[in-house]
Design a protein around this ligand. Sequence first.
Ligand SMILES: Cc1cc2nc3c(=O)[nH]c(=O)nc-3n(C[C@H](O)[C@H](O)[C@H](O)COP(=O)(O)O)c2cc1C
Length: 320
Amino acid sequence: LGYGVTIAGLRWRNPVTIGAGFFVPWVPGQTERDLPLDALGAITVKSVSLEPWAGNPPPRLYRSEHWTLNSIGIQNPGVDALVRDHLPGLRRYGVPVVGSLAAYTVRDFAELARRLEASGLVDALELNMSCPNTAREQMAFGQTPEAAGSLVGAVRAATRLPLFAKLTPDCADVPAVARACQEAGADALVLVNALPAMSLDPATGLPRTGTLTAGLSGPALKPLALRLVWQTYESVSVPIVGIGGIASAEDAMEFLLAGAAAVGVGTATIGDPEALRRIVAGLERLVAERGGDTAALTGLAHRIRARRSPGAAGGGDAAP
Ligand SMILES: Cc1cc2nc3c(=O)[nH]c(=O)nc-3n(C[C@H](O)[C@H](O)[C@H](O)COP(=O)(O)O)c2cc1C
């Protein structure tokens, strides 16, 4: 009971984390000094790989009013540097630390899980399943239930830490992928990652980001993310962390009502790190106005809908 939530056995003092990629401890300006990490219910760290990754050519970010494209390419110094230089300081916040894993092979994901668990410095592992699976023609791990299930199963066998599967919205049937992850042992689902997209400069015909396609995030992603949380909530029993375009406490409340047990905030923190504190405090007021128990609000919109139109439970309204 209360504002805090329990996700995969971990107590979050409030239901808000920072999206993977926005607390980047090795980049000046995105460090714990510059972000109000003390406000969060859990700290999710930027994805790391086994070896250092150089990332993509610039420009890596293109911002328009309602959306952002990024092609960072998971630039990172590798898991060992993260463990040695950046994770130890996070313990003082006294909240769960979620390590995010990026790899091109199942084997590397499993090895990452082992190393992070051995560090004793993370409380849960999040699998960034938007990485292209090199063993399967570059399809992202999260694009089919089979690939997703075998990845989660392999990492499940490699670690006892709680496992969060972070899904891509770029697939035919997100709830089916989510179910496969749950069956393979995922303790929670994170919905959604950025959506592959692109933008061209009309004057030059050149892409606006260093890679032709880049990840769409920000407010334009929110209705899609919300729909996927809604549908997935009806397909799984594990908790869902909703992420995609959340920029206000009201946005976060929408995700709770649609089925999220907690939320992540990403793009809204770019240039406005205080967005985190604002959303945490504002959501606490909204939750208090509706009875004060976050967990009771999770998925409430489904129950409201079922009461108003018996027999209409489900995601099922067809498009016009
Ligand atoms: C600059 C940037 C970097 C990101 N880095 C990661 C990452 O390292 N790992 C990951 O799983 N997702 C990453 N994401 C995706 C976000 O965590 C999030 O799922 C997505 O941006 C949608 O949420 P938002 O609209 O609140 O940003 C990144 C997104 C952006 C814009």
